[in-house]
Design a protein around this ligand. Structure first.
Ligand SMILES: [Mn+2]
Length: 417
């Protein structure tokens, strides 16, 4: 029996209460679908649409969990507006979604953990999407992971999962779309629009020059596009850095949708330094050569370093980064700033990299820096900024390397230290 997207959306409202219920006998069999902790548009849409996909072949409720605090949604105007619009079209709202701080995840897991610790599939199953290993603060999920749908480098974990659909495509939502299409060739227009959006955003509107789209992404767009009803989209926001041009999703084609989402995503110039660091953030544990564990955090910031320095000054940025390293107890923090900036009068896309060390690892900092500067990221010293031993500034010449490439590079460097 197939479930319509609108009845799935209407059922979301009971999920938080279900997860807070006293016992697994009261909550019953469950599937949790988690996106990654950066909770960007791809992650949010992938977890919602994958949960919906799973309900097509199973009567067990699949609950999407947005893997970031609810308040962080205000840092992501693109997610806020797209989800508000598409959920409303299906008779739901953002309030109905379960965010990670709406529930006590460790206690949910504990309730489903048998006394002998032998986890039986089918009681509580976890699916990971837009990541393929539980984040460092959610390692306890690992025995419950039954499925993975992701587009990052395979970290080689959760090898017992029955489904490991890991493929380096532009957008994770394209992989979910492919899976959904096998089960349901025609989908609701609100869902088509929801799935289409991260695919456009992650592939720069399938641009050949951006070179991010794969055949899987193109197939997803070709499948979804005829199912979108453009006239339905109408919502605007005034939360804009350019006050006289509110961004609207009342658009008529993919190009307009892409530019509207891109503009919304780029509205970061009014965020504080701390919000910039936490907006799109991921954290990992990495073992070095001697088996000692490093706490690694990478912030992706859609704001060029030059503009940020002009706005806040170098000292304030260094202070914010050091504060962040302390707050998250990091051994190493990378801040990847990226976006367009004027270079010799022409707006060009570029990347910069800030590398910061925690006190505990200062003795290893020069080894790590040597590894990073020798890597294919092609780092050069950032002109006009004075690096200290603790916080260093670089320009990253290899501009196509996003966090998907930078994390494996850093991991390799730490593993050899
Ligand atoms: Mn993604």
């Amino acid at each position: 029996m197939t479930v319509s997207f609108s009845s799935f959306v209407k059922s979301l409202a009971v999920n938080t209460a279900r997860l807070s219920s006293a016992s697994p006998w009261a909550a019953g069999k469950l599937t949790l679908v988690l996106g990654n902790e950066s909770a960007d548009l791809d992650s949010m849409v992938s977890s919602i649409s994958l949960a919906y996909t799973l309900t097509q072949t199973s009567s067990v409720p699949a609950i999407p969990i947005i893997n970031a605090p609810r308040a962080d949604l205000s840092l992501r105007p693109d997610c806020n507006l797209l989800l508000t619009t598409t959920l409303a079209l299906s008779g739901g709202s953002l309030h109905d979604l379960t965010f990670i701080d709406d529930i006590d995840l460790p206690s949910v897991i504990e309730k489903y953990t048998p006394a002998d610790n032998y986890v039986v599939p089918g009681q509580l199953d976890v699916w990971l999407t837009d990541h393929n290993a539980p984040t460092s603060t959610q390692i306890f999920l690992e025995p419950f992971v039954r499925g993975i749908v992701d587009h990052h480098v395979d970290e080689g974990r959760c090898l017992g999962a029955e489904t490991r659909d890991i493929e380096m495509v532009g957008s994770c939502a394209s992989l979910v779309a492919r899976m959904l299409r096998e089960r349901e060739p025609l989908v609701d227009s609100a869902l088509a629009k929801m799935l289409l959006s991260p695919v456009l955003l992650d592939t720069a509107n399938l641009s050949p020059t951006a070179n991010k789209a794969t055949d899987v992404d193109r197939a997803a767009v070709a499948w979804l596009l005829p199912q979108v009803q453009w006239a339905q989209m109408s919502a605007t926001t005034n939360d804009d850095d350019d006050a006289d041009s509110p961004v609207s999703l009342d658009v008529q084609n993919t190009t307009e949708l892409y530019w509207a989402l891109d503009k919304l995503k780029g509205q970061v110039s009014d965020l504080s330094a701390r919000d910039l660091l936490r907006k799109d953030y991921k954290q990992w544990l990495v073992n070095d050569h001697s088996g000692s564990q490093w706490n690694v955090g990478i912030s992706s910031v859609g704001y060029r370093l030059k503009k940020w320095v002009k706005r806040d000054g170098q000292e304030a940025i260094v202070a914010a980064v050091e504060q962040w390293v302390g707050e998250r107890q990091l051994d190493i923090a990378l801040v990847m700033t990226h976006g367009k900036a004027k270079q010799k009068g022409v707006k060009t896309y570029g990347r910069d990299l800030v590398v910061a060390f925690g006190e505990r690892r200062m003795d290893k900092s020069s080894d790590v820096i040597a590894g990073l500067t020798a890597s294919d990221l092609e780092l050069t010293d950032f002109a006009k900024l004075q690096s200290t031993e603790q916080v260093r500034f670089y320009e990253q010449q290899r501009t196509e390397a996003s966090r998907k490439q930078v994390f494996p590079t850093l991991k390799g460097v730490i593993e050899s230290v």
